[in-house]
Ligand binder design. Structure first.
Ligand SMILES: C[S@@+](CC[C@H](N)C(=O)[O-])C[C@H]1O[C@@H](n2cnc3c(N)ncnc32)[C@H](O)[C@@H]1O
Length: 346
């Protein structure tokens, strides 16, 4: 039976769906590692539980656990690691980590899938989540005060700023009439930072997302601006169901991390066809240099496809004729996120 996940750009973000793909990318299960790995994980979880119960500084416990899970994950075959995840999730220590409102939101998946825009608002420290942050338990507040400064969260905040900068640069270069498309836009928090939007230099900034709650939030927050929120999916783009016109800048952040190479390439090809002359496609992906991957996959139940520079080039090279574009791949400052940019030469 073909048990590969249907990463088709529709409802694709579930850890179970991701797991089959991760295993197929990295190789078959090595059962012989499992007993040792289970014992090692048990020790980590037990130690963290004892520290929480004994009143050790929760931040120290979290920092140590994040690092221990990362080291364990890194040395194991992905299939073995995958089997350990439910053990961590069902351990009593999980209740302590879930006092952190950010970790809990991710784990509980109130919107039915991982990586929703409200989860990102915990990372952005947006005012919309301040209520949950301040009503957390004392341990929860301490944990969130630490977890929001994970390198991955720092990188996501930088990503939001890079997106706003790119939009502004493109609007500066293009002048009036600039049209922008954000795919998987979430709450479009980057637009709050864009001077070009504020100064009326953007004619149209389409924010496409499959989550009606996020579409509603963007419609409300950006009423009266050039932002146009659209309920739509990657599948809709791929099947041409969404007739959106053409753009100077198309970007996706927090999306490619969930797409297989094949879907990522199909989407990139489609986006290139939706660009105006000299238009630019820009997309981001978490990199394998992430250090909180083990914690995310266990206590946050949040699985991502991590991509190296070479993996990003593979998508770029599969999507375009390199003679007709200027392409680049680069890391953000702490290397937790890697970016690809493809500019049409017309
Ligand atoms: C991690 S959030 C990123 C939001 C925003 N781009 C940011 O950087 O803050 C991922 C977003 O992708 C959206 N999404 C996931 N799969 C999608 C799909 N197949 N089509 C459209 N949107 C999708 C989700 O609804 C969610 O809002």
């Amino acid at each position: 039976m073909n048990n590969r996940p249907v990463l088709d750009g529709e409802s694709l973000i579930t850890p179970t769906a991701m797991a089959a793909d991760v295993v197929s990318r990295y190789g078959a299960s090595r059962r012989d590692q499992f007993a040792t790995a289970t014992a090692e994980l048990g020790l980590i979880l037990h130690t963290a539980q004892q520290w929480f119960e004994g009143g050790t500084d929760p931040v120290q416990t979290m920092r140590w656990t994040v690092e221990a899970l990362h080291k364990t994950r890194r040395k194991l075959d992905p299939a073995v690691w995958r089997e350990l995840i439910p053990i961590a999730q069902n351990h009593p220590v999980a209740a302590f980590f879930h006092e952190d409102p950010f970790t809990r939101w991710s784990f509980e998946k109130n919107r039915g899938y991982s990586g929703d825009a409200q989860l990102l608002d915990f990372i952005y420290q947006h005012e919309s989540i301040l209520g949950s942050a301040t009503s957390a338990t004392p341990i929860g507040r301490e944990l969130y005060a630490f977890s929001k400064y994970y390198p991955s969260c720092v990188a996501v905040r930088e990503r939001r700023d890079i997106l706003a900068q790119k939009v502004d640069e493109i609007a500066d270069a293009k002048g009036p009439g600039t049209e922008v498309l954000a795919i998987a836009a979430g709450h479009l928090r980057e637009a709050e930072k864009s001077a070009a939007l504020r100064n009326g230099r953007i004619t149209r900034w389409v924010a496409l997302d499959q989550d009606p709650l996020s579409v509603g939030s963007v419609t409300r927050d950006f009423a009266g601006t050039a932002v146009e929120a659209i309920d739509g999916s990657v599948r809709g783009l791929l099947t041409d169901a969404q007739k959106l016109g053409r753009f100077d800048f198309i970007y996706a952040a927090g999306l490619y991390d969930y797409l297989t190479d094949a879907v990522a390439i199909r989407l990139s090809r489609r986006c290139m066809r939706m660009l105006k002359p000299n238009g630019v496609l820009f997309f981001a992906n978490f990199s394998p240099e992430l250090t909180d991957d083990g914690y995310m996959e266990t206590f946050m139940d949040w699985t991502l496809l991590l991509r190296s520079e070479a993996d990003m080039w593979k998508i770029v090279n599969g999507s375009v004729d390199r003679n007709s574009v200027d392409a680049d791949v680069f890391f953000g400052e702490n290397r937790n996120i890697v970016y690809a940019t493809i500019a049409k030469r017309d």
